[in-house]
Design a protein. Structure first.
Ligand code: NDP
Ligand code: 2IT
Length: 449
């Protein structure tokens, strides 16, 4: 073993001893450590400085009690988290997730990936993530408001426009950001840049709602352009039907693709005539309903209750997983290949298990990791921060154009870095190394802090 390999091996053993109880965190770290050796061989100073161990330990983890009152009058409590992972490139930046599965392992994996994602955007933002095990499903508007207010009572002590700037993620959209912002303002002062993903009514950025889904499709568009192809007439399947999924479908359709399926946690729908997005938006954005309601308007479509969309027997070429982590297992990856998939581009964070990634790569499927392909959301969050600092809103077209440009740059950077350090089109290695390069340099220049 080379010195670099020994270093990575020993670090991995140490982390496994300490964090075996945090499987999602270990998965994200394993994926990263598995790709960076060629870069470290050329940059031995980072091994000498033990930079990777510094990088995998968050600068700070905040965990707090969130008490709130249900409409029934009952007293409830959840746990809140904020991982302030790495501030080498700027204030901590990353979303808040409200979902019953949230725990320290989940926020750490998300925060770790966010460091490299934010670095890839080339914007001045560090990495962070947070959330709560609160389940927004079935809660009244008043309960959501009280929960957000209580969550912010504690979180406000640790955030600020130059310190840590949260945004949305699963279960946190414009409504929640609005309530969180109101409470922050009440306790502090009007700091527009303390949160992003704000409603357009006050200091939000045009195109932020669309940014992650649009950015994902722009990434695929630039990838296809490289092989003289377009999205025209491509068959696409998207998982999820939340913020990222909806705007991925919208942009894919606008570029001529035929999207035939989407899902939520209750099952998936297939519409061979092409998903009618207006119906999905009405169900999800307006009524906050379930995906099977699609069939009441489009009875020719099919609903597969309780099933995972990646088990479908429909044929398609492009998969856009936009729901949650580890939604694609090894068996599901095999099935995707059997259905003809050529590109898997992740709108979600870490939706593909490591074994599934290996299977996809072995079968020449182009795999676009979330930390590169879904970076459009945080990119426009960065642009929202710029607009807030300038006190000037930009037009939709201006923001959208910048988003497209950022996604093109990220794609090309990942592609070129893969060519330099790994095998062609190993975009996972490309994203990890290119993301790491900027952070590692900044950390080194800032010294041992
Ligand atoms: P939303 O809450 O808007 O939507 C989430 C969607 O995924 C819903 O359809 C939800 O179904 C489904 N889902 C969530 N958890 C599960 C689960 N355990 N099993 C099956 N389906 C599930 O979230 P977003 O669209 O914002 O986020 C989706 C993904 O994209 C996440 O991985 C997030 O981290 C990532 N992401 C989001 C960004 C953003 O800007 N919002 C930016 C970059 C990445 P149901 O309603 O039934 O729970
Ligand atoms: O995973 C992500 O990049 C997000 N949820 C968006 C983060 C942000 O700060 O906009």
């Amino acid at each position: 073993m080379t010195e670099v390999q020994t270093y990575l091996y020993e670090l991995k053993i140490k982390l496994e001893q300490n964090y075996a109880h945090q499987p999602e965190f270990m998965q994200a770290v394993d994926e990263f450590l598995g790709t960076v050796a060629p870069f470290l061989e050329k940059n031995p100073q980072y091994v000498a400085n033990n930079l990777l161990e510094l990088l995998v330990i968050p600068e700070r983890i905040i965990e707090f009690r969130v008490p709130w009152q249900a409409d029934t009058g009952d007293w409830k409590v959840n746990t809140g988290f904020r991982v302030q992972y790495n501030s080498a490139l700027g204030p901590y930046k990353g979303g808040l997730r409200f979902h019953p599965t949230v725990n320290q392992s989940i926020v750490k994996f998300l925060g770790f990936e966010q460091i490299f994602k934010n670095s890839l955007t080339q914007l001045p933002i560090g990495g962070g993530k947070g959330g709560s095990d609160f389940d927004p499903k079935g809660k009244s508007n008043a309960e959501i408001m009280r929960f957000c207010q209580s969550f912010m009572q504690e979180l406000q002590k640790y955030i600020g426009p130059n310190q840590d700037v949260p945004a949305g993620d699963i279960g946190v959209g414009g409504r929640e950001i609005g309530y969180l912002f109101g409470e922050y303002k009440r306790l502090n002062s009007y700091q527009a840049g303390v949160l992003t993903g704000k409603p357009l009514a006050f200091w939000g950025s045009l195109a932020r709602t669309e940014a992650t889904g649009y950015g994902l499709v722009y990434f695929v568009k630039h990838l296809l352009a490289d092989i003289n192809e377009t999205l025209q007439n491509k068959k696409v399947i998207v998982s999820g039907s939340g913020n990222v999924a909806i705007y991925a479908i919208e942009k894919a359709q606008a570029l001529g693709a035929k999207v035939i399926g989407c899902s939520d946690s209750s099952g998936y729908i297939i519409d061979n005539e092409g998903i009618d997005l207006a119906t999905v938006k009405e169900i999800k954005e307006v009524k906050r309903g379930r995906i099977n309601e699609y069939l009441t308007i489009h009875p020719h479509a099919q609903f597969f209750e309780g099933q995972n969309i990646w088990e479908t027997h429909e044929k398609y070429e492009i998969a856009l997983p936009c729901a949650t982590q580890n939604e694609i297992s090894a068996e599901q990856a095999q099935n995707m290949i059997a259905q003809g998939v050529k590109i898997v581009a992740e709108g979600a964070n870490m939706p593909t298990t490591l074994t599934a990634v290996t299977i996809l790569k072995e079968n020449q499927v182009i795999y676009c990791p979330g930390k590169a392909a879904n970076a459009g959301g945080v990119s426009v969050s960065g642009l929202e921060m710029s607009q807030n600092s300038q006190r000037l809103p930009w037009t939709f077209e201006e923001v959208d154009e910048k988003l497209d440009e950022i996604m093109e740059n990220i794609y090309k950077k990942c592609r070129d870095t893969a060519n330099e350090y790994s095998t062609p089109m190993d975009l996972m290695a490309g994203a990890n190394i290119a993301g790491f390069e900027r952070v590692a340099l900044a950390m080194t220049l800032q010294g041992l802090v």
